[in-house]
Design a binder for this molecule. Structure first.
Ligand code: PMV
Length: 332
């Protein structure tokens, strides 16, 4: 952002950010520090151009409380924890006790496995920091967004991103960076809305439950190898390795959630139907799919496969959007 613009934001303490949700291909799962959302291993993701959160931030002295309004609904004070961590950090840096009102809009359903917490926290961090007149580096903004939701760190830089675990206890070296721009690889992304209902177990809660699974240690050891493999497949535009890695990574995470003392099954019957179709198709055409902690399915394919894949998706009769890899956070 231009310095002039930033001074302007600072003057009236208002700014608006536009951020995309991101979808992980080497997924984050498990924390080494819960309050700072520090991960146990690196993750790799891409921003999704068609999944947008826009958030307007306004710092003021009027109220005693911060407020978050999502799609016109005020979030209850007891559910503000994630965003409070971001706002408290900004208050710390500024040395002020102003309150912040955040008005946010998503063009997709919340908490249904479409990374709304990622884009929501990233947009809140970008807007609130700009409205406060903070001149943060991209890595600092990514680490700030991480405080709200771990995966939000990856919605700040553009295109294909890698969130590094970091080693420091304060988390200042745990942020995401872009390793390839949005237009690096001409892939088509289909976001298929299997359900618009909210997931029953949050990612954070399920991560904690998974730590008591008998398969946890082997899951973590294997997951430590994934970011390198997926990043390399993207950099080399090697769809066969990419697709194998995306499927392996998704299945291991979902297999793990099913082994908790109280098992969690995020897939809906329709998710399984789509995954089976994609796994069959992947033998013949460059297509793969992934599912985060929810039931909605993200299908990714190369240009050559796009017409057939699109027809098959239309035939499912479910709402979907066709999009591609998107850019990072912007002040608008
Ligand atoms: O950032 P959280 O707490 O919403 O967790 C995200 C977890 C996954 O979406 C399943 C994986 C990921 O890396 O985004």
């Amino acid at each position: 952002m231009m310095v002039e613009q930033e001074r302007e934001c600072h003057k009236n303490y208002r700014a608006k950010a536009r951020v995309h949700a991101n979808v992980a291909v080497a997924k984050y799962w498990g924390k080494r520090d819960e309050s700072l959302n520090l991960p146990l291993f690196d993750s790799v993701a891409f921003n999704v151009d068609g999944l947008i959160t826009e958030t307007q931030a306004h710092w003021h002295n009027d109220d005693t409380r911060d407020a978050l309004i999502i799609n016109g609904w005020q979030v209850p004070a007891q559910s503000m924890g994630r965003v409070e961590r971001i706002l408290d950090k900004i208050r710390d840096i500024k040395g002020w006790d102003k309150r912040c009102t955040l008005q946010s809009r998503n063009n997709f359903p919340l908490a249904s496995g479409l990374a709304s917490s990622a884009s929501g926290s990233a947009a809140a961090a970008a807007a609130a920091a700009a409205a406060a007149g903070l001149e943060l580096r991209e890595s600092e903004l990514s680490a700030l967004a991480r405080l709200g939701s771990g995966s939000a760190a990856r919605s700040i830089p553009g295109g294909w991103t890698r969130w590094r675990t970091g080693h420091l206890d304060d988390g200042s070296d745990s942020f995401a960076e872009s390793f390839a721009p949005a237009d690096y690889w001409n892939l088509h992304v289909f976001v298929i809305q299997v359900t618009d209902s909210q997931k029953s177990v949050s990612s954070s809660e399920c991560m904690n439950m998974c730590m008591r699974s008998p398969f946890w240690n082997v899951f973590v050891e294997e997951s430590k190898k994934e970011a390198d493999l997926l990043q390399q497949a993207v950099v080399q535009r090697d769809f066969a390795s990419f697709s194998a890695g995306v499927h392996r990574n998704m299945m291991r995470l979902h297999a793990l959630t099913m082994t908790c003392e109280r098992p969690v099954l995020y897939f809906a019957p329709k998710s399984v139907e789509i995954i089976q179709k994609v796994l069959r198709a992947t033998q013949a055409v460059p297509v793969c799919c992934t599912v985060d902690a929810g039931s909605n399915v993200i299908v990714i394919c190369e240009d050559s496969a796009c017409p057939f894949i699109k027809n098959d998706i239309i035939a499912l009769g479910l709402p979907f959007i066709q999009t591609h890899v998107g850019n990072g956070a912007q002040i608008v």
